[in-house]
Ligand binder design. Structure first.
Ligand code: PMP
Length: 460
């Protein structure tokens, strides 16, 4: 990597300028400005460096997106060539370009056969915005225009724009900007926190049945779709009980409610399958995608439609009243194509399924099953969560669990590993290309951070 662009300024200078002009994501800006952000200047493979030369193992693939790791020259070359050839053109004037056509060809060669069309966006939030308009349009076209309500889940995450955050279930986000009409929520299938005395299977079914109750309450004739992440990401890498998805699918089919999977995190190999719904064994009608589509090298997202939906829109829908200047951006499309080629041709997704995923999951269970602070380990492939527990036997959580996991995450940085804290859980999602030695390092450093937290709490 060319280092000439970096180390031009002292860290303090970057921090002061940043504090003067920049509002960050999901942080108290005053607290951040007092502490000063780490200034990240370089990435290579699974590693990041800050402006002071500290090296970190990135256990989060950036924000669940750098599936191929940092520093891939093939992606750089794809972007460079496309920028030279055709840096921009649009999809509005009866035009298209080879990059987006070839990306679609590749994408649908990887997807199950019942998906046929994509609408490209720049992000996951946008994909979910487009989703709402598209499913409402679909129901108009097939003669059921009253079907408009989207049902999401409490503690789900679908983005930060107005409608995507409204479909999400983060109440503190709803407080900023407000709720929208024609959006409803049901509970999340988070057994450890809310399962009470039920078995996970009973609880999973109970949570799914809430969808049926909500549809009946709203009237099936008014409900357009149900949106959910196959496993919750930002909510804490929460994997639903096995009983959950089959029952959800049954209910959606029975009441003609579209099943909309948010694959923004789960897509492109994270679970060892190309898409997370394949891991759980259900068949959504739409897929929202982003992040791993380009391994985060350039912004791109999209909404994938089943053949049934796409055919109705194409054959009977007339003008599709939607378009983004950067939909199917040629440079993003070229990078996405190179990224998908690498994931496929280097056998990376199957490697996650057969080798690196099981290696990570086994290591986590060996280290943490009997750890005094960890009440539950969930995950598959290259995604996992450690649930903090005050009393493992009684499945009791700490009352100040956010503070405790935040402390653990800070210890992680001090130990040289980036793992993320959510409300009561530590989560990880390393790049899919992680080698055994890197997984060993991730496990070792994570253990040190968790042990330090446990010692602070007098548990070790
Ligand atoms: N859906 C899910 C499941 C996500 O995790 C995210 C981002 N973390 C989004 C949507 C929004 O994507 P973006 O940040 O690209 O808008």
């Amino acid at each position: 990597m060319n280092m000439q662009n970096h180390h031009k300024r002292e860290t303090r200078d970057y921090q002061e300028l940043d504090a003067s002009h920049h509002i960050h994501a999901f942080l108290d800006q005053k607290v951040l400005n007092a502490e000063g952000p780490r200034v990240i200047v370089k990435g290579e493979g699974l590693y990041l460096w800050d402006n002071d030369g500290n090296r970190y193992l990135d256990g989060m693939s950036g924000l669940w997106c750098t599936n191929l790791g940092y520093g891939r020259e093939d992606l750089v070359a794809a972007a460079t060539q496309q920028m030279q050839q055709l840096p921009y053109y649009n999809m509005f004037f009866h035009t298209t370009h080879p990059a987006v056509v070839e990306l679609s060809e590749m994408l649908f060669s990887l997807l199950p056969r019942h998906y046929s069309h994509a609408i490209y966006t720049n992000s996951g939030s946008e994909a979910n915005e487009v989703l709402i308009r598209t499913v409402r349009r679909y129901w108009q076209v097939v003669g059921q225009p009253k079907k408009r309500v989207m049902i999401g889940r409490w503690n789900g995450y679908h983005g930060s724009t107005l409608a995507s955050s409204a479909m999400g279930g983060m109440k503190f986000m709803h407080e900023m900007g407000g709720m929208l009409p024609e959006i409803a929520h049901i509970d999340e299938p988070y057994w450890y926190a809310h399962g009470g005395t039920m078995t996970p299977e009973e609880f999973g079914r109970r949570c799914a049945l809430q969808l049926e109750e909500k549809i009946l309450e709203l009237g099936a004739e008014n409900v357009a779709g149900f949106i959910a992440e196959p496993f919750q990401g930002a909510g804490g890498m929460i994997f639903p009980p096995e009983s959950y998805w089959p029952e959800i699918q049954r209910i959606c089919r029975q009441y003609h409610v579209l099943l909309c999977a948010d694959e923004v995190i789960g897509g492109f190999g994270r679970t060892g399958e190309w898409f997370a719904h394949q891991h759980f064994g259900f068949e959504p009608d739409t897929l929202s995608i982003a992040k791993g589509l380009t391994s985060g090298y350039i912004p791109m997202g999209g909404l994938v439609l089943s053949r049934t939906i796409a055919e109705a829109l194409v054959e009977k829908g007339g003008v599709f009243a939607h378009g983004l200047t950067y939909s199917g951006h040629p440079v993003a499309a070229a990078v996405a194509l190179a990224n998908l080629k690498a994931l496929r041709d280097e056998g990376i997704v199957s490697q996650v399924k057969k080798d690196s995923g099981p290696y990570l999951q086994k290591g986590l269970r060996e280290i943490f099953t009997h750890h005094p602070l960890i009440g539950e380990i969930q995950g598959t492939g290259m995604v996992a969560a450690l649930q903090f527990a005050e009393d493992k036997a009684r499945r009791q959580r700490f009352s100040n669990e956010s503070d405790i996991t935040w402390r653990c995450r800070t210890y992680g940085f001090e130990e040289g590993v980036i793992i993320r804290s959510t409300v009561g859980r530590m989560i990880m999602a390393p790049a899919l290309v992680a080698k055994h030695s890197e997984i060993d390092e991730l496990l070792e450093k994570t253990k040190r951070a968790v042990d330090r937290t446990a010692r602070d709490l007098g548990l070790m």
